[in-house]
Design a protein around this ligand. Structure first.
Ligand SMILES: Cc1cc2nc3c(=O)[nH]c(=O)nc-3n(C[C@H](O)[C@H](O)[C@H](O)COP(=O)(O)O)c2cc1C
Ligand SMILES: [Fe+2]
Ligand SMILES: [Fe+2]
Length: 399
């Protein structure tokens, strides 16, 4: 597949999409072997062109070339900045230079300040209020403030003439779908798991704002026919599907009996009790999703957060390590508390050599957000009595 995809979404509205296959860790943090796309949009009006966002700086040259295949950058009259995170704003300086700073930049009040501090630029700027409608040539644009999706300055644009919502990060997802639109069932199906991972990793901490902003958009009573986000698929067949999916994941709604097991084990002591727990779960008809950190296997924390967000219960396993929690699991527990939070059942299993502290310390990390069913901590290998306690705790975990 070509790296750049350009298409006309509706008459006069173009998508410019780049497939980022070079990236390994989104935000230098989240492992995404599946890649990601950056979607910019361009609208033709009777008074000139409006550009909505750009691409990451890594692709600024390619962005200018792609943009120039549709319009001379000097002809761009307005640039709407939906979000200042540099995966979208990263090429704006290059565009403005090619444009000779003729365009008026449109955005949230904070965006003006951020353009200066991020890129040292002070272009002509038009602040838009929440719900403000601008007539630009023959087109009507409504700007909606959508704070914390994903930053405080984030806005969306509703193109009234087409029923298109340019939603930026919201309603987007990871991966490089083989199509631009949600036309193919199989493409949409495999894409959705990357949407979940994206929500959990990127907007998880602000998940209440997903619900708040969707509620706000619904109240506006817009006739949304197409959702065009800044990452991933454009939804024109079933825009309701991506909205409902965001609502479900935003609520961290548990799937029936979904249990995630996350453990680290240096020499197999914790693993013994974890394997027993997995066996008991399987006997009860539950297939847990297991992530392990051992001397043979290390797993993706991005995937863990994604699997946890729609789980019912989580089992953590970690031994005591230098008077603390085995470090990787401590980090994973902190990330899960931060990104997911909220009410899931948790069982903690731990082992120690001479003085156990990991169980209690994990409990201290997780207790404010989660419902801790039990903390089972044993010296070295778990005895039969401890395994019996694991079994009893599992009844409460999934009961
Ligand atoms: C690097 C290292 C540090 C450890 N630090 C402690 C410690 O501070 N306190 C303690 O009681 N045990 C400590 N232990 C012992 C382990 O907690 C104990 O062997 C436990 O059973 C390990 O379980 P695992 O092999 O499943 O990781 C340490 C072990 C290792 C390898
Ligand atoms: Fe973002
Ligand atoms: Fe983004």
């Amino acid at each position: 597949m070509s790296k750049v995809l350009i298409d006309e979404i509706v008459n006069g509205l173009y998508i410019l999409r780049v497939n980022d296959e070079d990236i390994k860790y989104f935000e230098a943090l989240w492992s995404i072997p599946e890649g990601i796309t950056y979607n910019s949009y361009l609208l033709k009006t009777s008074t000139g062109y409006i550009l909505f966002d750009t691409w990451k700086h890594h692709y600024s040259k390619l962005f200018l070339e792609s943009l120039s295949s549709i319009v001379d950058p000097k002809e761009i009259k307005y640039i709407v900045v939906h979000h200042m995170e540099p995966d979208h704003s990263g090429s704006i300086k290059e565009v403005l230079e090619a444009n000779r700073y003729k365009a008026i930049v449109i955005g949230h009040p904070l965006t003006k300040m951020m353009l200066k501090s991020f890129y040292g630029i002070e272009p002509r700027f038009r602040i838009v209020r929440d719900g403000e409608v601008l007539d630009i040539g023959d087109k009507k644009l409504m700007f909606i403030h959508t704070p914390w999706l994903h930053w405080p300055e984030t806005i969306m644009t509703y193109l009234e003439d087409y029923g298109v919502l340019l939603s930026c990060d919201a309603f987007g997802g990871y991966s490089i779908p083989s199509t631009i639109f949600d036309d193919n069932r199989e493409v949409v199906k495999s894409y959705m798991s990357y949407v979940k991972k994206y929500i959990a990793n990127i907007i998880g901490y602000y998940r209440n704002h997903i619900l708040r902003n969707i509620e706000k958009i619904k109240k506006l009573g817009l006739n949304i026919k197409i959702i065009a986000p800044a990452h991933g698929l454009v939804f024109r067949n079933n825009p309701g599907r991506i909205i409902d999916y965001y609502l479900r994941i935003g609520k961290a709604e548990p799937l029936d009996n979904k249990v995630v097991v996350i453990y680290g084990s240096m020499y197999g002591f914790v693993e013994k009790a974890i394997e027993y727990a997995i066996e008991v779960l399987r006997k009860n008809g539950i297939k847990p999703v297991v992530f392990k950190f051992t001397d043979k296997e290390q797993t993706s924390i991005s995937d863990i957060v994604s699997e946890v967000i729609d789980s019912k219960a989580i089992i953590f396993g970690a031994g005591t390590y230098e008077a603390g929690v085995f470090p990787t699991i401590r980090y994973v527990a902190e990330v899960i508390k931060h990104k997911v939070g909220g009410g899931k059942q948790v069982l903690i299993i731990s082992s120690y050599g001479w003085g156990g502290v990991a169980g209690k310390k994990l409990q201290d990390i997780l207790a404010p957000e989660f419902n801790i069913v039990d903390v089972i901590e044993f010296r070295g290998m778990p005895s039969k009595d401890y395994l019996e306690r694991v079994k009893k705790a599992l009844d409460r975990l999934i009961g």
